[in-house]
Design a protein around this ligand. Structure first.
Ligand code: F6R
Length: 243
């Protein structure tokens, strides 16, 4: 696991965008695992600009998102489908068949989750899995205590996650308490993992992750110690407690 302090938030976002761009540009049928969240907005802006500037052919690009709120309409402005359409899918003109988010309705959710993992298994490994990190060390919405062989499933969001995501909703009570998250097993089924962490709030969890030598389910991101090709990209604020 390689920890990289790139100084400014712009440099950190740009590094990730350029690495994603190179993969998509030079590998026509790139398979990506994608994340949402405040951290990723600048990165997607940079990535879309790079792909447009270089007229990259994205007709064979296919993406699998990490998570979606449970039982929230895809058209809701705070759904991760809306987020992805706004920041990535629509600016690039991607077809519906090219992007996948975990199904989040009540109809056969377990069957849908199994099919989501199976699709990743059949098409994968993902060329790049993009990750953010929660203040409690979650990746996707795999909260502390999640087994490392977890599959895509409905999860309860922790109080810390609900509090952190309240900024996107009118009030904390409006934040869904459940989500569907890709499991840690599928996250690890990737050739390369890029985890982006920006800002002061992420400093304590980054210091904790840096200090860990063994994976421990108390910190879901420590499962990345099991993967051979992980870069943890930080700005100076997130890296402030790391020597
Ligand atoms: C979102 C996701 C989450 C976020 C994490 C950080 O798809 O998988 O793990 O990456 O909660 O969110 P922000 O960037 O808003 O701090």
């Amino acid at each position: 696991m390689k920890f990289m302090n790139l100084g400014s938030p712009e440099n950190a976002s740009r590094y990730v965008a350029v690495e994603m761009f190179k993969e998509i540009h030079f590998n026509a049928c790139t398979l990506l695992g994608l994340a949402t969240g405040g951290t990723m907005e600048d990165m997607y802006r940079e990535l879309v600009a790079l792909l447009q500037r270089h007229q990259t052919d994205i007709s064979c690009l296919e993406t699998f998102n990490l998570d979606e709120y449970f039982n929230l309409d895809a058209a809701h402005p705070n759904s991760y489908m809306s987020y992805m359409k706004k920041h990535f899918f629509q600016p690039l003109g991607m077809q519906e068949s090219q992007f996948h988010l975990p199904d989040n309705d009540l109809i056969d959710v377990e069957g849908d989750n199994r099919r989501y993992d199976a699709a990743i298994r059949v098409k994968g490994p993902l060329h790049i899995q993009l990750l953010g990190i929660g203040v409690n060390g979650h990746i996707g919405f795999n909260e502390p205590g999640t087994p490392f062989d977890s599959k895509t499933r409905v999860v309860e969001l922790s109080p810390e996650t609900i509090a952190a995501n309240a900024r996107f909703f009118d009030s904390q009570d409006d934040v869904p308490s459940q989500a569907v998250s890709m499991g840690i097993e599928s996250i690890l089924y990737s050739n390369r993992i890029l985890l982006l962490a920006i800002g002061d709030k992420k400093a304590p969890i980054m210091a904790r992750l840096y200090s860990m030598t063994e994976p421990d389910t108390a910190v879901p991101a420590s499962s990345l110690l099991l993967h051979p090709n992980v870069e943890i990209i930080m700005d100076a604020a997130a890296a402030q407690h790391i020597p």
